[in-house]
Design a protein around this ligand. Sequence first.
Ligand code: PDD
Length: 288
Amino acid sequence: MARIIYVNGRYVPWGEAWVHAEDRGFQFADAIYEVCEVRHGRMIDETRHLGRLKRSLAELEIAAPMSGAALGRVLRETIRRNRVVDGSVYLQISRGVRPRDFLFSDAVAMQPTIVCLARSMSRQKNNAGAAVGIAVRSMPDIRWGRCDIKSVMLLPASLAKEAAKEIGAKEAWLVDEHGFVTEGASSNAWIIDKSGALITRQIDSSLLCGITRTTLIDLIRREGLELIERPFTIAEAKAAREAFTTSATAIVMPVVRIDDTSIGNGAPGILTTRLREEFHTMAEAAHR
Ligand code: PDD
C-alpha cells in the first residue's frame, strides 16, 4: 500500500512529500517532533504527547500552527489513511521557511511547516524482541544542554546508535561528564537494584521527559513499588538485578547486556517483563 504523508495541509503520496529547501528544520534543525504509539488503531497517551509538543514549541518560541484538537485530527487522519493498526505516528513542526539566516526573530511571521507520517510495526515482532531483550552500549553524551526539548537535532543520537550496532547493541546509553547515565539515544534508561527499587534519572535539561517514563511511573505507584529518581553510573547498572529502556516505540524493553556485561542472568528481568505486560492498563488510549 502506498504511504500517505501529511505536509502542510495536504495528504500526499510518499514520493511527493516535499518540504522547501530553505526550511529552517532542514538548515538549522529548528524543529520539534513527537512519536506516539498506535495500538489497535488508537493513539496511546495522545494527551501527554500533545502536551509535551506544546511545551517544546513554547521553549523554542515557535508559534503553535494549530490547536491541539486540530493536530489530533491530523494525527488520526494520517493513521487512518495509512491503515495503521499497530505502529507509530510521527508529527514534526519546524519554524518555517525563510532565506538562510541564523536570526529569526526579526522575520515576517513565518508559517510553521507541519509533517505527519504513520508507520505500521508488527506487535508480534516487538514482543518477540522483548522476550529476548536488547544489548546497550555506553558512550559519552555529546548532545546539547537542552535535551528536555524534543528537537530534531538527532545527529549525535543517530551516530551513537550506529556505534552501538557495531557491537550488536540496539541502543546507546549516554553518559554525562560526571560518569552518570543521562538516557538512551532514543529512550529513557532504568535499572532495578537488588532490593527491587526502580531507579531512573530525575528530570532536568540533560534528558527528555519520556511519556512512556511518565506513564510507567503512574503504574509503579499504582503497584506500590519503590521508585527512586536519581542518576546512576554504568558500573551500578552492570551490577543491577534488571535493566530496561522506555520509549513510545519499544514500550518497556528489557536490557540484558551493557557493553560486555550480562545483566542478572542475561535474560529479561521478571519485574521488567511484568511492567511491560501491564503498561497499557495505565496508558491512555485515544478514540479513533
Ligand atoms: N524517542 N529520550 C530520548 C532522547 C528519546 O528520543 C525518546 C523517544 C525518549 C522516550 O520518550 P517517549 O517515552 O516519550 O517515547 C527518551 C522516540 C521514540 C524517537 O525519537 O523515535
